[in-house]
Design a protein around this ligand. Structure first.
Ligand SMILES: NC(=O)c1ccc[n+]([C@@H]2O[C@H](COP(=O)([O-])OP(=O)(O)OC[C@H]3O[C@@H](n4cnc5c(N)ncnc54)[C@H](OP(=O)(O)O)[C@@H]3O)[C@@H](O)[C@H]2O)c1
Length: 283
């Protein structure tokens, strides 16, 4: 496993285990336990995933010391604003049963994110959070936050996969000292990703799967990868990407798969923004 160093000097494992859409309680506990047993030291959850409790239970049960695990969670839109963010953060801490969070992110770029950021800057200075960042921010939203606040986000967690490669936004993040984190690196299997012939062919050269080729491609782009699976064999496979290297030609062939199309939705779509602003969780 390689680690990256964030803009405040904090070290973070470059490949993390994502727990989105693991709603069944036992499955959530068991998959995080399996991830930790197989060497993952970075877990990515969110208040909105409704499984922070299970992540906390799995961390306790794993026997891995807390300080060896990098834990990310996120603030949902229903809790934006200064006061609400402080309360929501405390609730996340309680559900996770932890006394600090490694990385706390604003999950969506909507509503009073400046109020949230002020609260997060204070929590960071109090030592309750090791690094603060954002998710799904475009260039303009990111610059708005950077320009009007003291602390620059450490990461911007965005959709990045072979069909939506985000090179421009990644370059912009990098130009501001912000690490790009890739969510849905496997595009959740959409667009027949796991049957893609180019990726299969590249994988065959190294005896690696499509998922492994993709994670490796992201590692070589200096992007943080979040891989999710509930199957132990895949959990084991997905972290085994640090013993081979893609050639420039392999990288180019993967670049050519780009369609510049989100496999999910456009975060700038007004209808989507309206819908997301109404999504509330009983958390
Ligand atoms: N910030 C945001 O807005 C945001 C949005 C989405 C996701 N995320 C984060 O990013 C993480 C990853 O994204 P994601 O969970 O949406 O999708 P993903 O990682 O792109 O894809 C997960 C899917 O791929 C399958 N899979 C995993 N490894 C595989 C392998 N080796 N071979 C074949 N299939 C495999 C999984 O199935 P099985 O589980 O059945 O193996 C699952 O259906 C999330 O868990 C979450 O932490 C953040």
């Amino acid at each position: 496993m390689t680690n990256v160093t964030l803009n405040n000097g904090i070290s973070m494992p470059q490949l993390g285990f994502g727990v989105y859409q693991i709603e069944n309680s036992d499955e959530a506990v068991n998959s995080v336990k399996a991830a930790l047993a197989n060497g993952y030291r970075h877990i990515d959850t969110a208040a909105a995933y409704m499984n922070e409790r299970e992540v906390g239970q799995a961390i306790k049960a794993s026997g891995v010391p807390r300080e060896e695990i990098f834990v990310t969670t996120k603030l949902w839109v229903q809790d934006v604003g200064y006061e609400n963010t402080k309360k929501a953060f405390e609730k996340s801490l309680q559900r996770l049963d932890l006394d600090y969070i490694d990385l706390y992110l604003i999950h969506q770029p909507y509503g009073d994110v400046h109020g949230s950021w002020k609260a997060m800057e204070e929590l960071y200075k109090d030592g309750k959070i090791k690094a603060i960042g954002v998710s799904n921010f475009s260039e303009d939203r990111l610059m708005d936050l950077i320009a009007f606040n003291e602390i620059t986000p450490a990461v911007n967690q965005i959709e990045v996969n072979v069909f939506h490669q985000r090179d421009d936004l990644d370059q912009f993040n990098k130009s501001q000292g912000v690490y790009t984190e890739a969510w849905a690196p496997f595009a959740e299997g959409r667009n027949n990703l796991f049957e893609n012939e180019v990726l299969i062919e590249i994988g065959e050269k190294y005896n690696k799967s499509v998922a492994q080729v993709i994670s490796r491609w992201l590692v070589q782009r200096d992007i943080i990868v979040l891989a999710k699976s509930v199957k132990e064999e895949r959990i084991r496979q997905n972290i085994d990407v640090f013993d081979f290297e893609l050639t420039d030609e392999d990288m180019k062939r993967i670049t050519d798969l780009n369609t510049d199309q989100s496999q999910f939705f456009d975060h700038k779509d007004p209808e989507r923004i309206k819908n997301i602003s109404n999504v509330k969780f009983d958390i």
